[in-house]
Design a protein around this ligand. Structure first.
Ligand code: GLU
Length: 294
């Protein structure tokens, strides 16, 4: 068990716990290097500890080889973390338990429609989008294509959160955003209506990013979440789940993203240059730090 986790559950020390949480679905790029180095720096400055978490719930896209590679890349950068590392795919029971709590509150419903069907249903209309760019999914508006009555019992389904019902159970929510100097804190209102009925368990595996990350941050005693600004809006959903589960809330810091030469967002799927490719070209860890301004 992690030393900082033991400290957390036994209340020995209020030492900050940070985590870097990559998904092993491709090779790490400069954006990951920046985020990991920043997490390590904040952990050092706050006299806390750093965990590595493997976010591999998407068993259709994640590969053990990428996990081995990312560990090598992070070690090459000079990062250290506590072992054992939590691998989400080994903890589906935790996420299923959490879903059970939401089911008991009658906040979940089955959704059968595929992305394609939803896209087709909204194609001819000026349909609002959620912060991830997916068509906003309010239950009633899409009932015609997603009515459980028109689907067989054994058809695969995802589980969606009934956002309207959930919001009726909680006060207006905000999260605490840590300022770059690590002392100032700003309360950011959680704009949940923008998300619609988010998916909390997918057809292919019994969790979603949102659910797993909230459960894990709490189970690992994470006190400071330092991650890219692309996750900023998702924090609203995380805050809501924390409230529904009665979990402590970490403070957040969403850092600027490292952009490519053309100002584009780096991405594993766009084959942005990986750290290992840069290493093969002769770049040193010091060069990488310099390049990302660390
Ligand atoms: N697993 C996510 C990623 O690789 C990071 C999630 C987080 O830090 O909350 O982008």
């Amino acid at each position: 068990m992690h030393l900082c986790y033991i400290a957390y559950v036994t209340n020995q020390t209020p030492s900050p716990v940070l985590r870097f949480a990559p998904s092993p679905n491709g090779y790490l790029h400069l954006g990951h290097a920046y985020s990991a180095l920043l997490n390590a720096q904040v952990a050092r400055e706050l006299d806390g500890c750093l965990l590595l978490r493997i976010e591999d719930i998407d068993i259709t896209r994640c590969r053990p080889g990428y996990e081995t590679a990312l560990r090598e890349d992070l070690a090459w950068l000079g990062l250290e973390w506590e072992e054992p590392v939590r691998r989400q795919s080994e903890h589906f029971d935790d996420y299923t338990k959490a879903l059970g709590r939401l089911r008991a509150l009658d906040l979940l419903y089955r959704s059968y429609a595929s992305r394609k069907e939803i896209a087709a249903a909204v194609a001819s209309r000026d349909w609002p989008r959620d912060p991830d760019g997916a068509p906003l999914y309010p239950r009633e508006a899409l009932r015609a294509i997603d009515d459980p009555a028109i689907h067989a019992e054994d058809e695969p389904f995802s589980l969606r959160l009934d956002m309207g019902k959930a919001l009726a159970l909680v006060p207006p929510l905000s999260w605490q955003e840590l300022q770059p100097d690590l002392t100032g804190i700003e309360a950011v209102p959680a704009e949940l209506a923008r998300w619609g009925d988010v998916i909390l368990a997918r057809k292919e595996f019994p969790s979603s990013y949102h659910l797993a990350v909230v459960c894990d941050d709490a189970l690992q005693g994470v006190s400071h979440v330092v991650r890219g600004h692309d996750m900023f809006q998702a924090t609203a959903v995380h805050r809501l789940l924390q409230q529904l589960f009665g979990l402590p809330q970490p403070v957040y810091r969403h850092h600027a993203l490292v952009l490519g030469e053309e100002g584009e967002k780096l991405s594993k799927s766009l084959a942005s240059k990986s750290l290992r490719a840069l290493r093969a070209e002769g770049m040193t860890p010091a060069d990488v730090r310099k390049l990302v301004g660390m």
